[in-house]
Design a protein around this ligand. Structure first.
Ligand code: 5GP
Ligand code: ZN
Length: 115
């Protein structure tokens, strides 16, 4: 836990959020500024700053994060149409919040390559 991290505050329920999934390892909540009809953020409950800070002992956690994303895509009704799971790492990728998170985006058509 990091005292001044906005996502750790969401985990501690000090900041309200619309939670859609929660267990001891992973929290999923709606993005406050959605970029698609479905826009969820999946985060580990342990404070990890970026994907660069993940090591071998986190492999199961990262796998679970993707597996939960797949499950929620189904629940949100975007599995067939398609969806995108995005992890922005550091400044060139536009990471704004330095608590590792995956965006689950769906419900519209996305372009490629990304901007
Ligand atoms: P990044 O650019 O770091 O990959 O994405 C950070 C995301 O967190 C953004 O999509 C932003 O809208 C979202 N976000 C930032 N602060 C909050 C907050 O307090 N609550 C929620 N639900 N989402 C937030
Ligand atoms: Zn944090």
């Amino acid at each position: 836990m990091a005292d001044d991290c906005i996502f750790c505050k969401i985990i501690r329920k000090e900041i309200p959020s619309e939670i859609v999934f929660e267990d001891d390892e992973i929290l999923v909540f709606k993005d406050i500024n959605p970029q698609a009809p479905v826009h969820l953020l999946l985060i580990p409950t342990r404070h990890i700053e970026t994907l660069n800070d993940v090591d071998q002992s986190d492999q199961a956690l990262i796998g679970k994060l993707l597996s939960v994303a797949k499950h929620l895509a189904g629940e949100m009704g975007v599995s067939e149409g398609g969806y995108r799971v995005v992890v922005n790492c550091n400044k060139d990728a536009g990471q704004d919040v330095f608590h590792l998170h995956a965006h689950l985006l769906g419900g519209r058509k996305f372009s490629w390559p990304p901007g």
